[in-house]
Write a protein that binds this ligand. Sequence first.
Ligand code: ZN
Length: 177
Amino acid sequence: MRNTEALLALFAEHRVQATWFVLGEVAEAFPGVVRAIAAAGHELGVHGFHHHRLFQLTPAAFRASIQRAKAVVEQAAGQRVLGHRAVAFSLSASTWWAVEILVDLGFEYDSSVFPFRGTQYGLPRAPLTPYRVDTAQGSLTEVPLPVLDFGPLRLPCGGGVSATLSAVVHAMGDPEP
Ligand SMILES: [Zn+2]
């Protein structure tokens, strides 16, 4: 895992602390990598067990996958996992049921919502700053992905080139704010 070593060195050089959302299957195959990330002072989060988008899973399958991933990452990292990032930012209106499951599994925050209009993902009217989400199981904090807000046009600026392009195409073709 030379890429991870290179990133850890770069972060150490610039004294940057990050949250690493890792897949359960990766943590299971390479627990030493997760241990090294934690030992360098970073936070570990969960990114699913396999790389499945939420809408590919039933709620029961999502629960089982996240529970297993959380246990594997916590075991490898030796720290409690508090955060989740959905694969491909696939937490949107149709997969919102996932939030209650995350709360029930002990997650304190989620960072999966891209507050813009994407073709594959996005919640175009969601807040741009962290907010509480209440469910029947309790609440968690949603930490949205960064977007640049130009009034009617919101562009993602935290990754996702195709997302940016689709946002531009949508903004040009759809006058709805
Ligand atoms: Zn991913």
